[in-house]
Design a protein around this ligand. Structure first.
Ligand SMILES: [Ca+2]
Ligand SMILES: [Ca+2]
Length: 292
Protein backbone atom coordinates (compact mmCIF):
# COMPACT_ATOMS: atom_id res chain seq x y z
CA UNK A 1 0.00 0.00 0.00
CA UNK A 2 2.68 2.43 1.00
CA UNK A 3 4.75 1.61 -2.05
CA UNK A 4 2.17 3.37 -4.23
CA UNK A 5 2.96 6.59 -2.43
CA UNK A 6 6.59 6.56 -3.46
CA UNK A 7 6.08 9.21 -6.13
CA UNK A 8 3.74 11.39 -4.11
CA UNK A 9 4.53 14.77 -2.66
CA UNK A 10 6.11 15.32 0.74
CA UNK A 11 2.84 16.39 2.34
CA UNK A 12 1.19 13.12 1.30
CA UNK A 13 4.08 11.13 2.69
CA UNK A 14 3.85 12.89 6.01
CA UNK A 15 0.20 12.01 6.33
CA UNK A 16 0.92 8.44 5.33
CA UNK A 17 3.56 8.21 8.00
CA UNK A 18 1.14 9.58 10.54
CA UNK A 19 -1.32 6.84 9.64
CA UNK A 20 1.27 4.10 10.00
CA UNK A 21 1.54 2.11 13.24
CA UNK A 22 4.10 3.11 15.82
CA UNK A 23 7.06 1.92 13.84
CA UNK A 24 9.75 3.28 11.61
CA UNK A 25 7.88 2.49 8.40
CA UNK A 26 9.13 4.36 5.39
CA UNK A 27 7.34 4.71 2.07
CA UNK A 28 9.07 1.64 0.69
CA UNK A 29 8.31 -0.45 3.77
CA UNK A 30 11.81 0.01 5.15
CA UNK A 31 11.56 -0.54 8.88
CA UNK A 32 13.90 -0.19 11.81
CA UNK A 33 13.76 -3.08 14.24
CA UNK A 34 15.07 -3.51 17.71
CA UNK A 35 16.66 -6.93 18.23
CA UNK A 36 17.15 -8.26 21.73
CA UNK A 37 19.46 -11.15 22.55
CA UNK A 38 19.26 -12.57 26.06
CA UNK A 39 21.34 -15.19 27.84
CA UNK A 40 18.56 -16.85 29.81
CA UNK A 41 20.72 -19.40 31.65
CA UNK A 42 20.38 -17.45 34.88
CA UNK A 43 16.61 -17.69 34.61
CA UNK A 44 16.61 -21.33 33.59
CA UNK A 45 19.44 -22.39 35.89
CA UNK A 46 21.18 -24.07 32.96
CA UNK A 47 24.86 -24.98 33.28
CA UNK A 48 27.23 -27.44 31.61
CA UNK A 49 28.73 -30.33 33.51
CA UNK A 50 32.52 -30.50 33.43
CA UNK A 51 35.20 -32.35 35.40
CA UNK A 52 35.61 -29.10 37.30
CA UNK A 53 31.94 -29.14 38.19
CA UNK A 54 28.95 -27.25 36.73
CA UNK A 55 30.02 -24.23 34.70
CA UNK A 56 28.01 -21.18 33.65
CA UNK A 57 27.31 -20.64 29.95
CA UNK A 58 28.32 -17.22 28.62
CA UNK A 59 27.48 -16.27 25.04
CA UNK A 60 30.20 -14.51 23.11
CA UNK A 61 29.87 -11.13 21.43
CA UNK A 62 28.14 -11.78 18.13
CA UNK A 63 27.82 -10.46 14.62
CA UNK A 64 24.57 -9.72 12.80
CA UNK A 65 23.49 -8.91 9.26
CA UNK A 66 20.37 -8.02 7.33
CA UNK A 67 20.44 -9.75 3.97
CA UNK A 68 18.46 -10.49 0.84
CA UNK A 69 18.37 -13.62 -1.29
CA UNK A 70 18.71 -17.28 -0.39
CA UNK A 71 22.27 -17.37 0.94
CA UNK A 72 22.58 -16.75 4.67
CA UNK A 73 25.86 -14.80 4.73
CA UNK A 74 26.78 -16.17 8.19
CA UNK A 75 26.95 -19.88 7.38
CA UNK A 76 25.57 -22.73 5.31
CA UNK A 77 24.60 -26.03 6.92
CA UNK A 78 26.57 -28.85 5.33
CA UNK A 79 29.26 -26.53 3.95
CA UNK A 80 32.63 -25.45 5.34
CA UNK A 81 32.53 -22.60 7.83
CA UNK A 82 34.14 -20.28 5.29
CA UNK A 83 30.99 -20.42 3.14
CA UNK A 84 29.28 -18.59 1.61
CA UNK A 85 31.38 -15.42 1.84
CA UNK A 86 34.87 -16.89 2.19
CA UNK A 87 36.98 -15.98 5.19
CA UNK A 88 37.37 -17.18 8.75
CA UNK A 89 34.84 -14.93 10.43
CA UNK A 90 32.50 -17.69 11.55
CA UNK A 91 35.44 -19.79 12.82
CA UNK A 92 36.59 -16.75 14.77
CA UNK A 93 33.25 -16.57 16.55
CA UNK A 94 32.71 -20.33 16.98
CA UNK A 95 36.19 -21.07 18.37
CA UNK A 96 37.19 -17.87 20.11
CA UNK A 97 34.10 -15.70 20.45
CA UNK A 98 35.47 -12.82 18.38
CA UNK A 99 32.86 -11.26 16.07
CA UNK A 100 34.88 -8.57 14.31
CA UNK A 101 36.02 -10.56 11.29
CA UNK A 102 32.56 -11.90 10.46
CA UNK A 103 31.16 -8.40 10.88
CA UNK A 104 33.72 -7.15 8.36
CA UNK A 105 32.76 -9.93 5.94
CA UNK A 106 29.13 -8.91 6.32
CA UNK A 107 29.99 -5.29 5.66
CA UNK A 108 31.70 -6.25 2.41
CA UNK A 109 29.00 -8.69 1.23
CA UNK A 110 26.76 -7.54 -1.65
CA UNK A 111 23.63 -9.22 -0.20
CA UNK A 112 24.03 -7.45 3.17
CA UNK A 113 22.37 -4.06 3.71
CA UNK A 114 22.97 -3.61 7.44
CA UNK A 115 25.39 -5.27 9.84
CA UNK A 116 27.39 -4.95 13.03
CA UNK A 117 28.29 -6.61 16.32
CA UNK A 118 26.44 -6.98 19.59
CA UNK A 119 27.09 -7.75 23.25
CA UNK A 120 30.29 -5.76 23.28
CA UNK A 121 29.36 -2.48 24.97
CA UNK A 122 32.71 -2.35 26.73
CA UNK A 123 34.86 -3.95 24.09
CA UNK A 124 34.74 -6.79 21.59
CA UNK A 125 35.97 -9.43 23.99
CA UNK A 126 33.18 -9.06 26.54
CA UNK A 127 30.69 -11.88 26.82
CA UNK A 128 26.94 -11.93 27.25
CA UNK A 129 27.01 -13.43 30.72
CA UNK A 130 24.15 -15.44 32.26
CA UNK A 131 21.22 -13.15 32.95
CA UNK A 132 22.40 -10.40 30.62
CA UNK A 133 20.52 -9.02 27.66
CA UNK A 134 21.73 -6.81 24.85
CA UNK A 135 19.91 -5.08 22.06
CA UNK A 136 20.72 -3.43 18.78
CA UNK A 137 18.84 -1.95 15.86
CA UNK A 138 18.71 -3.00 12.23
CA UNK A 139 16.96 -1.43 9.26
CA UNK A 140 15.41 -3.72 6.68
CA UNK A 141 12.99 -3.74 3.78
CA UNK A 142 10.34 -6.40 3.08
CA UNK A 143 12.01 -9.51 1.71
CA UNK A 144 15.15 -9.07 3.76
CA UNK A 145 15.99 -11.33 6.69
CA UNK A 146 18.21 -11.18 9.77
CA UNK A 147 21.08 -13.49 10.60
CA UNK A 148 23.48 -13.61 13.54
CA UNK A 149 26.07 -15.81 15.21
CA UNK A 150 27.25 -16.04 18.83
CA UNK A 151 29.50 -18.64 20.45
CA UNK A 152 28.30 -21.21 22.96
CA UNK A 153 30.89 -21.06 25.75
CA UNK A 154 32.49 -23.33 26.83
CA UNK A 155 33.02 -25.35 23.68
CA UNK A 156 35.54 -25.98 20.92
CA UNK A 157 33.51 -24.52 18.05
CA UNK A 158 29.81 -24.42 18.90
CA UNK A 159 27.64 -21.45 18.04
CA UNK A 160 24.05 -20.30 17.82
CA UNK A 161 22.52 -18.98 14.64
CA UNK A 162 19.49 -19.15 12.34
CA UNK A 163 20.32 -21.39 9.34
CA UNK A 164 17.46 -20.01 7.27
CA UNK A 165 17.60 -16.52 8.69
CA UNK A 166 15.02 -14.76 10.83
CA UNK A 167 11.96 -13.42 9.06
CA UNK A 168 11.59 -9.70 9.76
CA UNK A 169 8.37 -9.32 7.72
CA UNK A 170 5.33 -11.53 7.30
CA UNK A 171 4.01 -12.65 3.92
CA UNK A 172 2.05 -9.41 3.64
CA UNK A 173 5.19 -7.33 4.09
CA UNK A 174 4.26 -6.26 7.61
CA UNK A 175 7.02 -5.98 10.25
CA UNK A 176 7.21 -8.89 12.68
CA UNK A 177 7.14 -8.41 16.45
CA UNK A 178 7.89 -11.73 18.07
CA UNK A 179 10.12 -14.06 20.02
CA UNK A 180 12.09 -15.65 17.19
CA UNK A 181 14.20 -18.08 19.23
CA UNK A 182 12.65 -21.01 17.35
CA UNK A 183 14.64 -19.94 14.27
CA UNK A 184 17.90 -20.52 16.20
CA UNK A 185 19.76 -23.83 16.59
CA UNK A 186 23.07 -25.00 18.05
CA UNK A 187 25.73 -25.76 15.43
CA UNK A 188 29.22 -27.18 15.33
CA UNK A 189 31.36 -25.10 12.96
CA UNK A 190 33.35 -28.16 11.89
CA UNK A 191 36.62 -26.30 12.36
CA UNK A 192 37.97 -27.77 15.62
CA UNK A 193 37.80 -31.31 16.96
CA UNK A 194 35.50 -31.48 19.95
CA UNK A 195 36.87 -32.51 23.31
CA UNK A 196 34.72 -34.56 25.64
CA UNK A 197 33.71 -32.61 28.70
CA UNK A 198 35.26 -29.36 27.58
CA UNK A 199 38.98 -30.03 27.49
CA UNK A 200 42.02 -27.78 27.38
CA UNK A 201 41.41 -26.52 23.83
CA UNK A 202 37.93 -25.20 24.55
CA UNK A 203 37.30 -21.55 25.24
CA UNK A 204 37.79 -20.32 27.91
CA UNK A 205 40.25 -23.03 28.99
CA UNK A 206 42.48 -22.75 25.91
CA UNK A 207 45.80 -20.94 26.47
CA UNK A 208 45.33 -18.70 23.43
CA UNK A 209 42.87 -18.04 20.62
CA UNK A 210 42.74 -20.44 17.66
CA UNK A 211 44.13 -23.25 19.83
CA UNK A 212 43.00 -26.81 19.10
CA UNK A 213 43.03 -29.62 16.55
CA UNK A 214 41.67 -28.69 13.13
CA UNK A 215 38.56 -30.65 12.21
CA UNK A 216 38.22 -30.12 8.43
CA UNK A 217 34.51 -30.77 8.59
CA UNK A 218 31.38 -28.79 7.81
CA UNK A 219 28.79 -26.81 9.74
CA UNK A 220 26.25 -29.19 11.24
CA UNK A 221 23.53 -28.99 13.88
CA UNK A 222 25.00 -30.57 17.03
CA UNK A 223 21.90 -32.73 17.21
CA UNK A 224 22.91 -34.44 13.95
CA UNK A 225 26.54 -35.20 14.78
CA UNK A 226 27.19 -38.91 15.19
CA UNK A 227 28.81 -39.79 18.50
CA UNK A 228 28.66 -36.20 19.70
CA UNK A 229 30.10 -36.53 23.18
CA UNK A 230 28.76 -33.27 24.46
CA UNK A 231 25.17 -32.83 25.41
CA UNK A 232 24.10 -29.31 24.66
CA UNK A 233 21.13 -27.76 26.45
CA UNK A 234 17.93 -27.00 24.58
CA UNK A 235 18.31 -23.72 22.72
CA UNK A 236 15.54 -22.04 24.67
CA UNK A 237 17.27 -22.90 27.92
CA UNK A 238 20.26 -20.76 26.93
CA UNK A 239 19.38 -17.99 24.49
CA UNK A 240 16.37 -15.90 23.56
CA UNK A 241 16.11 -13.63 20.54
CA UNK A 242 13.23 -11.22 20.09
CA UNK A 243 12.49 -8.60 17.43
CA UNK A 244 10.10 -5.67 17.30
CA UNK A 245 9.69 -2.61 15.09
CA UNK A 246 11.25 0.43 16.71
CA UNK A 247 9.19 3.60 17.17
CA UNK A 248 9.87 6.24 14.54
CA UNK A 249 10.17 8.96 17.18
CA UNK A 250 12.95 7.12 18.94
CA UNK A 251 15.16 6.70 15.91
CA UNK A 252 18.01 9.14 15.53
CA UNK A 253 18.41 8.90 11.77
CA UNK A 254 21.93 9.25 10.50
CA UNK A 255 23.61 8.65 13.84
CA UNK A 256 27.26 7.92 13.37
CA UNK A 257 29.72 5.41 14.71
CA UNK A 258 29.60 6.84 18.21
CA UNK A 259 26.08 5.53 18.65
CA UNK A 260 25.65 3.90 22.02
CA UNK A 261 23.01 1.51 20.81
CA UNK A 262 24.20 -1.55 22.63
CA UNK A 263 22.53 -1.64 25.98
CA UNK A 264 22.85 -4.28 28.63
CA UNK A 265 20.31 -4.95 31.27
CA UNK A 266 19.27 -7.77 33.53
CA UNK A 267 16.78 -10.42 32.57
CA UNK A 268 14.63 -9.23 35.42
CA UNK A 269 14.61 -5.78 33.88
CA UNK A 270 13.60 -7.10 30.49
CA UNK A 271 10.91 -9.26 32.05
CA UNK A 272 9.57 -6.21 33.84
CA UNK A 273 9.31 -4.47 30.50
CA UNK A 274 7.18 -7.27 29.16
CA UNK A 275 9.62 -8.64 26.61
CA UNK A 276 9.36 -8.19 22.86
CA UNK A 277 5.99 -6.48 22.83
CA UNK A 278 7.37 -3.56 24.76
CA UNK A 279 10.72 -3.36 23.04
CA UNK A 280 9.03 -0.93 20.69
CA UNK A 281 8.76 1.49 23.59
CA UNK A 282 12.50 1.71 24.12
CA UNK A 283 14.30 4.60 22.49
CA UNK A 284 16.76 3.48 19.87
CA UNK A 285 19.63 4.82 17.90
CA UNK A 286 19.89 3.84 14.30
CA UNK A 287 23.04 2.23 13.02
CA UNK A 288 23.76 1.26 9.45
CA UNK A 289 26.79 -0.85 8.60
CA UNK A 290 28.29 -0.44 12.03
CA UNK A 291 31.95 -1.32 12.19
CA UNK A 292 32.46 -2.34 15.79
CA1 LIG B 1 33.81 -29.29 16.24
CA1 LIG C 1 40.02 -23.97 20.72
Amino acid sequence: MLRKLAGAGAATLVSAAAMAPASALAADGETTFRVEVTNVTKQTGTKVETPQGPMPIPLSPGAFAVYSGQDNPAFTVGAEATQPLGGEGLENIAEDGFPMQLAQQFKDAPMVSDSGTFADPQGPKKALEPGMSTSFTVTASPGEKLTLATMFVPSNDAFYGPADGIELFDSGGNPVSADVTSAIATYDAGTEVNEPFFGPATKPMQPQPDFGTAEDSVVLPVAEIEGQPQVYPEVGQVIRVAIAPAPAGGVAAGAGGAAEDDTVSTVAGIAALGGAALLAGIGVTRRRTATR
